[in-house]
Design a protein. Structure first.
Lengths: 502, 147
């Protein structure tokens, strides 16, 4: 219980503040939890690890749940993961039940968040314990598995894996670092770039550029129009809500929370997959699903408990294997690196205090999110009205601070923001996927070290198949994920053909 | 047969060129994937473009060129001038502070669709207050390096 001494008043203040700011970010359409974390990173430079984590986890939890506000009130998902919230939330708002819908969503969110926190708490140390014995061979295969899972769950497997490989390629620019056992030579660049790119692109400017600047560019291209001009926010009367609405809905809540946690664990799969899966499951399994899509609270429960359960789920592979579960946790990896902490199998055993503190921050942030959203929903709802022409310049400004300060004042890092802002824009325009790319970028360097070291020690490619039973199991999982995606692809093609022929 | 397979799979890595091994493999994978995507996705897509069913991204789509390229130009000028002004006042963060004010003001004006007196005043106040606040909190209180 030594970690309790680290918890002071400012710790809880920061977690609460993070949740509040996150809700605001999530509530503004076009701004996501990832962006909230990326933009607020500079604030953590001056904070210690524990206080920084409190802030960032607060932002994460708040950002994911804030998306429900415009989803219910304006039929615009504030974050991709609240798409299914619009299906039932908006019809309810139109019936004058906006506040009721929001309160149902808030309660579902907090339940999802807490269930996933429990799963995280129980499961991450086990997984870390198991993976501690992994050698370079297994570690390389784990990364390969992560990338194949990303690819098999993205909308098109080929495009997903191609995006991931581009990310790996980008991460290889620079030296093959001596500190990782490399020979210190540079590759993939021209000589004149060496002064800037000797160590490659730094992670955080890349992330901030891709999630911050490219969003601004995408919006600028659309003309930065306000979607809210003609709409009135309909909150409805506040007296209609009662907890009896949750009667008989426990199965739905628990099932959706577990679906959310599980999908969160799979690397590179966005929040929309979790809520869509939970929503369709409720639709298939529930006895009274005929009202879903027309304003049934059970749809809100499925969607919101699943998308908030992502938070705990996505932290599991991050903290036990060092592999981020989604783009927000990818930014969190940057925050850890910044504080000089390597996340991986050794993280929990070696930083027990930090681990407990993270859990405390996560649970506390969920409670703050609940109280803020439940009692101050009226005021939060007004945030969606803040004009974008005020917000966007400020976001660019915060991105600059984040990029510049990360390595104590290197102007090239600021230009990296623009380079990757543009890259992120182009990637999204031509239909490649950002999440696999980023995860490839984060894992690429390690993949190289593990791969080359394995070959240097064993001298044969066959070692990747014969090293241990775990290696064989990992190959089976990789094969399973590829087969899964091929089968799904064929099924979809068949379905769309049938639709076309009808 | 087995010895043939073993020799095929065996590999010895020269330390001097070990930095090129993995990139070479990645290039091959990238090239193969790109070729497959070209055949299965891009060619059908281009055919659809020819038939007029789809449009080429970026080039063929309608876009707000003024705001998009304006944003790019403003960001480039912002990043560039920040360093220039910052070098005039080293270690103060003034480069960030002053250039940010101008940048935030201009970008807000560019994004605002209807200029009203009230709107412009709000933008102006925001452009002065927000960078000052960020500068004060980060550079003065937290002692974070700014340009």
């Amino acid at each position: 219980m030594e970690f309790l001494s680290f918890l002071d008043f400012s710790f809880f203040l920061l977690a609460g503040f993070g949740a509040l700011v996150g809700i605001i970010f999530g509530a503004i359409p076009g701004m996501t939890a990832t962006m909230a974390v990326a933009v607020c990173l500079p604030l953590t430079y001056a904070l210690g690890l524990h206080h920084g984590l409190a802030l960032l986890l607060g932002l994460y939890v708040g950002g994911i749940s804030g998306g429900m506000v415009p989803a219910v009130l304006l039929n615009i998902p504030g974050t991709p993961s609240s798409i299914t919230t619009t299906f039932d939330g908006y019809p309810m708002a139109q019936k004058g039940e906006g506040e009721r819908a929001l309160r149902v969503s808030v309660i579902a969110s907090v339940i999802g968040g807490l269930i996933s926190a429990v799963v995280l708490f129980l499961f991450a140390p086990l997984l870390a314990d198991f993976s501690i014995k992994f050698s370079y061979v297994e570690k390389f295969l784990i990364i390969l598995l992560a990338l194949s899972v990303i690819a098999s769950l993205s909308s098109n497997m080929l495009v997903g894996i191609f995006s991931g490989v581009i990310g790996i390629w980008l991460s290889l620019i620079g030296t093959y670092s001596i500190s990782d056992g490399g020979n210190g030579h540079t590759r993939l660049m021209f000589d004149f770039m060496e002064p800037y790119l000797f160590e490659g692109f730094s992670l955080l400017p890349v992330l901030i550029g891709i999630f911050g600047i490219s969003t601004i560019l995408l919006e600028a291209e659309k003309g930065v129009r306000s979607e809210l001009a003609s709409e009135r926010v309909k909150l409805g009367k506040s007296s209609q809500f009662s907890f009896s609405i949750f009667k008989g809905r426990l199965t739905n809540l628990v099932r959706s929370s577990f679906i959310g946690t599980f999908v969160g664990m799979l690397p590179g799969v966005g929040g929309s997959a979790a809520s869509v899966l939970a929503y369709t499951q409720e639709k298939n399994l529930s006895r009274d699903s005929s009202e879903m899509g027309k304003g049934a609270p059970q749809g809100l429960m499925a969607s919101e408990s699943a998308n908030n359960a992502l938070t705990g789920g996505a932290l599991i592979p991050l903290l036990s294997l060092g592999i981020p579960g989604d783009s927000t946790t990818a930014v969190l990896i940057g925050a850890f690196t910044l504080q000089g902490i390597q996340v991986g199998p050794l993280f929990i055993p070696e930083n027990t205090d930090t681990w407990y503190i993270m859990m405390t921050a996560l649970v506390f942030a969920n409670f703050v999110m609940f109280f803020v959203m439940f009692y101050a929903i009226k005021h939060i709802a007004k945030v969606v009205m803040v004009p974008k022409y005020i917000l966007y310049p400020l976001i660019v400004m915060m991105c600059v601070v984040g990029g510049y300060a990360i390595n104590y004042g290197i102007m090239f890092d600021v230009w990296t923001l623009l380079i990757f802002g543009l890259l992120g824009y182009l990637v999204q325009k031509v239909g490649l996927e950002v999440a696999p790319l980023i995860i490839g970028f984060i894992l690429g360097g390690q993949a190289e070290v593990y791969f080359v070291k394995s070959l240097e020690s064993f001298g044969t490619y066959s070692i990747f198949f014969t090293k241990s039973p775990i290696a064989v199991v990992l190959w089976l999982l990789i094969a399973a994920s590829v087969i899964f995606s091929v089968v799904m692809g064929l099924k979809n093609r068949k379905a769309s053909r049938e639709e076309a022929s009808q | 047969m087995e010895s043939g397979l073993t020799s095929l799979l065996s590999v010895s890595i020269d330390f001097e060129t070990s930095h090129l091994l993995f990139p070479r493999i990645v290039h091959w994978v990238m090239g193969i994937l790109f070729a497959i995507i070209l055949v299965t996705k891009t060619i059908p897509f281009l055919a659809a473009v020819k038939r007029g069913e789809r449009t080429i991204p970026i080039v063929g789509e309608s876009m707000d060129g003024f705001r998009f390229f304006g944003t790019l130009a403003l960001i480039v000028a912002y990043f560039y001038l920040m360093a220039v002004v910052g070098n005039l006042f080293p270690y103060t963060g003034y480069g960030f502070l002053f250039v940010s004010m101008v940048f935030v003001f201009l970008m807000s004006l560019m994004y605002m669709h209807e200029w009203t007196k009230k709107g412009v005043i709000i933008v102006l106040v925001n452009a002065i207050v927000a960078p000052s606040l960020v500068w004060f909190i980060l550079a003065k209180l937290f002692k974070i390096t700014l340009p």
